[in-house]
Design a protein around this ligand. Structure first.
Ligand code: GLN
Length: 535
């Protein structure tokens, strides 16, 4: 039978529930348990697909094409599993299901209410992953902060669920903040007490309290929290600020979080967690022999979370190569003809990021011209590839007005264009080319050499594509389609033949990089940047 761990958050947002849930998931997995994690988001959007990255950070994409919260990226990176549509629900999606049911008359004329109809739908979704017996433990992260109006139906569902499943099958971990007041030179437990009180007002008592803190929790503080919040003394867990998020599983292991969870769920496993691979990864990450600086050109660079998966993929590739990767974030709108050389000076490689719309595109194109001409290693992702195509068309094929029809619908040279089946779409949400597609890599190409495979699958999130009418011209001039979708003939990877390392992908490789399976393109790119230094 599947057991459930619910993770709620109190006091403030941004405490890192996703990292705590992922770290616990990994620790349980390291003991041989089958684990999955899901997230419930209290906002009304159906999914984050239409949200501005400034609002919600990166939109993550699963194999089955769901546009999801970026925490699913952490789940995949820590647990090395694939998540799916079923791993992320929002209030909007829950209401949509209930309202559609109501329209079909399935409620038999009853008044449809938050309790029981919305909470029943939340419950159905919370139990869904565990139903097929595929997992021993399903961890459920509840987004938002306890006390928010919009989280209430979720907390109420947790109360019902726990009563129905029993305490040994469903436990609650509450993550809170223990702030340090420098004037008083003290860690303060009051916000945690209030937050637990708020939870208990809704009939939910936590079994374990995980305390985010800048300082070590003394035994006295732990006792106080245990007393006021009615949890066992050993169930007050310190989650101290870490040097990297990848330290968190080991820090929580020291606090015995995994053992306490197993005890409370009455799961008997004699297996000690095998953390060797993880420790080896950390060891390499923290003891680099080299360092490189990579430019990340995008228009959302002010916000770290906007390119979360790219940053993490570099961390994974950095460990493999034992090379520290410094990322210099460069705003694409700040790049001009006159400053591009200065802005890119000293960089060992450049990544041009995905994106939507016109803003910053000309800056990306200028940077790519400089990168191509000066033979700097380049990785272009999605819009990054499309900009490389536009640059090549304009400056090598001399099609001066070449553009993507996304930015210039009337361009005489639409080297990037929408597929026919995308042209009549009016709804924005969930209508891009989304999820995993197959790609065949060309023999002898750099991409093939990097992947060491002929057939790959990668995840997509875009509407525009390389226009195959120009394929022969590009090839003749030295930019080849080294990866093609065998079913649709869409171009998925392009590269320059006369350049040390210049690859653009229509898909998002960053979404599939994990700690235990770093992505070959990122590993190869970092390696190429290191090799470039030696020349
Ligand atoms: N805006 C481009 C498209 O829709 C690129 C999207 C992306 O970079 N994810 O095709």
């Amino acid at each position: 039978m599947t057991k459930y761990v619910i993770v709620t958050g109190g006091v403030t947002s941004s405490l890192g529930k996703g990292i705590i849930a992922s770290s616990l998931g990994y620790l349980l997995q390291a003991r041989g348990l089958r684990v999955s994690i899901q997230k419930f988001d209290p906002y009304i959007n159906l999914d984050p697909g239409t949200m501005n990255p400034y609002e919600h950070g990166e939109c993550y994409v699963t194999e089955d094409g769901a546009e999801t919260d970026l925490d699913l990226g952490h789940y995949e990176r820590f647990l090395n599993i694939h998540t799916s549509q079923a791993n992320n629900s929002t209030t909007g999606a829950i209401y949509q299901t209930v309202i559609e049911k109501e329209r079909r008359g399935e409620y038999m004329g009853k008044t449809v209410q938050v309790i029981p109809h919305i909470t029943d739908e939340i419950k159905r979704r919370m139990l869904l992953l565990g139903q097929k017996g595929e997992y021993d433990v399903v961890i459920t992260e509840i987004g938002g902060t306890v006390g928010d109006i919009e989280s209430l139906p979720f907390i109420e569902t947790v109360r019902q669920l726990r009563r129905e499943l029993g305490q040994v099958n469903c436990i609650i971990i509450h993550l809170t903040l223990i702030p340090y007041l420098s004037a008083a030179k003290e860690l303060k437990t009051k916000p945690t007490q209030h937050s637990v009180k708020e939870l208990s007002m809704h009939g939910v008592m936590p079994d374990i309290i995980v305390c985010r803190t800048e300082r070590v929790l003394s035994d006295k503080i732990r006792q106080k929290i245990a007393l006021f919040c009615s949890v066992d003394h050993n169930a007050v867990i310190e989650a101290i600020d870490a040097e990297t998020i990848y330290d968190v599983p080991l820090l929580l292991r020291k606090e015995k979080l995994d053992q306490i969870v197993l005890d409370k769920l009455r799961i008997n496993t004699n297996m000690k967690p095998n953390l060797d691979k993880w420790k080896r990864f950390l060891m390499r990450l923290k003891n680099p022999m080299n360092e490189i600086q990579i430019g990340l050109i995008g228009k959302y660079v002010e916000l770290q979370d906007a390119y979360k998966s790219i940053n993490e993929a570099f961390v994974h590739a950095s460990a493999v190569n034992e090379c520290r990767v410094y990322i210099k974030r460069i705003h694409s709108e700040h790049l001009t003809n006159t400053n591009v050389a200065e802005k890119l000076q000293g960089l060992d490689g450049v990544l041009v990021a995905p994106g939507f719309g016109e803003r910053g595109v000309e800056g990306k194109i200028k940077a790519i011209q400089y990168i191509r001409e000066n033979k700097i290693p380049f990785l272009g992702i999605c819009l990054g590839l499309q900009c490389a195509v536009i640059e090549f068309a304009r400056n090598v094929l001399q099609l001066k007005e070449a553009h993507s029809t996304e930015m210039e619908p009337e361009t005489p040279h639409p080297v990037i264009d929408r597929m026919e089946n995308q042209k009549n779409i009016t709804q924005l949400g969930g209508t891009m080319r989304l999820g995993s597609f197959t790609c065949q890599l060309q023999q002898g190409s750099k991409a093939r050499q990097v992947y060491k495979k002929q057939v790959i699958t990668e995840r997509h999130r875009h509407r525009w594509e390389f226009n195959n009418q120009y394929l022969a011209d590009f090839k003749k001039a030295g930019m080849i389609a080294s990866g093609v979708n065998p079913d649709s003939s869409l171009v998925e990877v392009m590269e320059l033949t006369d350049h040390p390392w210049f690859i653009g992908t229509q898909f998002h490789p960053e979404l599939k990089s994990t700690v235990l399976k770093p992505h070959p393109l990122f590993v190869g790119f970092v390696k190429a940047c290191m090799e470039g230094q030696e020349d």
